[in-house]
Design a protein around this ligand. Structure first.
Ligand code: MG
Length: 430
């Protein structure tokens, strides 16, 4: 019961009225920067704290128009006029309502964006970074590795009007040039490894079998394709020895036999982990794959519910757990999944490639949850894409990103991105 004697709880329309009210939900799609991204701002009546308007910032990635529709046409009914600090109440209410109708796609992505923005608001109101509100710090700086995408990964469709290499998640071969790590990791892997070591990175993830899939599919790997796929790892070991940890991301493109063949061929190169070489549709198949692989297995940014992660952990399918906070339900649910992995003593990897607040969220979680092992980053995005989106400069130093002391999530969208004239812009007001 509340003080007024009314029943309370997440199923109530507006359960609490102790914090500032949400006055508007505003979204934009940065089509000319990263067209798969949905930017969210949640406005409140809190006014200014330390000369800055209290505004929550969130994001999600993939089919942004669908997530935007969920936010404005459905979630706004719950959020507008409600207490902006009732994070868990809103999360649970929206989760319960969406899952009553099978909603873990665009709905869960929209909820993720909302959750990020509400944590950002709470941080601004309390003048604390989110990692501190979550109980951190558990470290001063977060280990990061470089995922070998290029500056146009996730961006190219903004230029050409279509994906360069098919659908999102199928990789991009890139081209010669600065920060073209996707091209360099295949065509000049030793040079790239040395360059990354010089920058302080000690781990790099390659998408070396994406081209094999594009050429030959994912059912079987010929000897020639296998040699092509492992060649970059061989070159890196030859050039820099064990000074660089290497990982392989298969983007879920291969069936069991092909995935096991890849794993066995990768064993001599001692990858830190292999990720999504087998598509993670079946926990039993994932468990069989892990048992036969002979290398550590990371599972998986493609899982999205806590129950899927629990099954993977309980089924001995994972040596590492990979989480994307803007897909699984935001900072709140990522924290819960990471704590679940902690129970099994399985290290956690925070995903990126999908937007600057995904990166910021992962860093906040890593600042508060001890079992987070690595934060993924794409140095090409940090250098060329993210500065066009956020007002915070991300600095990788000696293979780490320091915890950000700025109140909230650690970054704000560039205001120019939210123009009513921009295609895809929407605002819903209380
Ligand atoms: Mg991945």
């Amino acid at each position: 019961m509340t003080c007024s004697g009314q029943p309370s709880g997440p199923t109530q329309q507006h359960a609490y009225a102790r914090g500032p009210r949400i006055t508007a939900v505003e979204t934009a799609i940065p089509s000319d920067v990263m067209p798969g991204l949905l930017l969210l701002r949640i406005h409140t009546d809190a006014g200014r704290v330390d000369c800055e308007e209290v505004v929550g910032h969130g994001e999600t990635y993939y089919i942004p128009e669908a997530a935007s529709a969920v936010l404005h046409d459905w979630m706004a009914q719950r959020l507008l006029g409600a207490d902006a600090t009732a994070i868990e109440s809103h999360w649970r209410f929206l989760y319960e309502r969406m899952t009553a109708f099978g909603g873990i796609g665009a709905e869960l992505r929209a909820l993720s964006a909302v959750d990020l923005a509400l944590w950002d608001i709470l941080g601004q109101l309390t003048k604390q970074p989110v990692w501190r509100l979550l109980g951190g710090p558990v470290r001063d700086a977060v280990p990061v590795y470089n995922s070998c995408g290029g500056p146009m990964y996730g961006v190219r469709s903004a230029v050409s009007g279509k994906q360069a290499a098919g659908w999102p998640g199928h990789g991009d071969p890139g081209q010669p040039g600065p920060l073209e790590d996707n091209w360099a990791c295949i065509n000049a892997p030793g040079d790239l490894a040395e360059e990354l070591l010089d920058e302080g990175f000690t781990a790099m993830k390659l998408w070396a079998f994406d081209a094999v899939y594009r050429e030959s599919g994912g059912l079987r790997i010929s000897s020639a394709d296998m040699a092509h796929g492992v060649a970059p790892f061989e070159a890196i070991r030859d050039r820099v020895g064990d000074r660089m940890d290497v990982m392989l991301d298969g983007h879920g493109l291969f069936c069991q036999t092909a995935a096991l063949d890849i794993a066995h061929a990768m064993q001599p190169f001692r990858p830190l982990w292999m990720e999504d070489v087998l598509r993670p549709d079946s926990i039993r198949a994932m468990t069989e794959f892990r048992r036969g692989a002979g290398v550590p297995i990371a599972v998986s940014e493609m899982l999205v519910t806590r129950e899927q992660y629990r099954q993977a952990l309980d089924g001995d399918a994972a040596d590492y757990v990979m989480i994307d906070p803007t897909w699984v339900g935001g900072i709140s649910e990522s924290r819960r999944i990471a704590e679940l992995a902690q129970l099994y003593n399985i290290p956690v990897l925070m995903h990126d490639c999908t937007g600057p607040l995904t990166l910021m969220s992962g860093l906040n979680i890593a600042g508060a949850v001890p079992c987070v092992s690595y934060q993924e980053c794409v140095r090409a995005h940090i250098a060329t894409v993210y500065p066009r989106l956020i007002d915070t400069t991300v600095v990788v130093d000696a293979g780490h990103i320091c915890l950000n002391d700025r109140p909230g999530i650690g970054a704000r969208w560039q205001p120019s991105l939210f123009s009513p004239e921009t295609p895809g812009y929407r605002i819903s007001r209380a």
